[in-house]
Ligand binder design. Structure first.
Ligand code: ZN
Length: 232
């Protein structure tokens, strides 16, 4: 080890230098500390795993935080190796998988609406909602406002509001779910409200399932209308 330090300390391409860089990258103890106090094999393995997990988890969160397409997702809840709520589908029928696909696309900004087409085509396609022609069609419009989808919204959204009112009471609902943006965040990812609405496991499962239903039904209705009008 001492010979390696003496001969390779300034050789950036050496195996030894690469190890030094890896130790630094993952905030592991320096070579000097390790030399003075060599950890036991299992403890060292655990520490490496913990630090590597922490590094990539922090990176995932900081990258996700800077993506505007993920603004409705609760970034704090993201964790490498942990299944996102939207994909908790154990023993679920195929239709539930389709619902999860739609919801996850909406959560991650990959569900293409008219305002996205407007951006992608450098503004040559109009952003106006092709269902109602009243305003720009973004995810907030689709979930909370588009009058053409109001029947579906009323039917499925009432259910979501009811479970929250039953569990949290009207005061919390009025405080935290009082505008279209907050309602959109709630429906796309209830874990944004885990603390403020004290959402436990039972309520979480209900909200996840009901939000999937609402979003899927809005999606189906939207596609039906666009298809009938022959709009791509
Ligand atoms: Zn509309």
């Amino acid at each position: 080890m001492n010979r390696q330090i003496a001969t390779n300390f300034d050789n950036k391409k050496s195996f030894f230098s690469k190890i030094l860089n890896i130790l630094e990258l993952y905030s592991l103890p320096s070579i000097n500390i390790l030399q003075n106090s060599t950890p036991k094999k299992n403890a060292w393995k655990e520490e490496i795993n913990r630090q590597i997990h922490k590094f990539w988890n922090d990176k995932l969160k900081s990258d996700a935080f800077n993506k505007t397409s993920l603004k409705y997702v609760c970034i704090d809840n993201l964790e490498i190796g942990k299944t996102a709520h939207v994909w908790k589908l154990k023993n679920q029928p195929r239709i539930e998988i389709r619902k999860s696909i739609v919801k996850s696309r909406m959560m991650t900004g990959t569900y293409i609406l008219q305002s996205d087409k407007h951006k992608f085509t450098h503004f040559s396609t109009e952003a106006t909602c092709q269902l109602c022609h009243t305003e720009s069609e973004d995810i907030v419009h689709m979930i909370t406002t588009c009058p053409v989808l109001s029947t579906i919204r009323e039917k499925y959204f009432i259910d979501i509001k009811k479970v929250i009112l039953d569990s949290c009471g009207p005061a919390k609902w009025n405080t935290y779910c009082n505008n279209k943006m907050e309602i959109t965040r709630l429906i796309l990812d209830w874990s944004n409200f885990k603390e403020s609405l004290s959402i436990g496991m039972e309520l979480a499962e209900k909200l996840e399932q009901k939000a999937r239903n609402l979003l899927f039904q809005l999606h189906i209705k939207r596609i039906e209308i666009l298809d009938a009008r022959n709009i791509k």
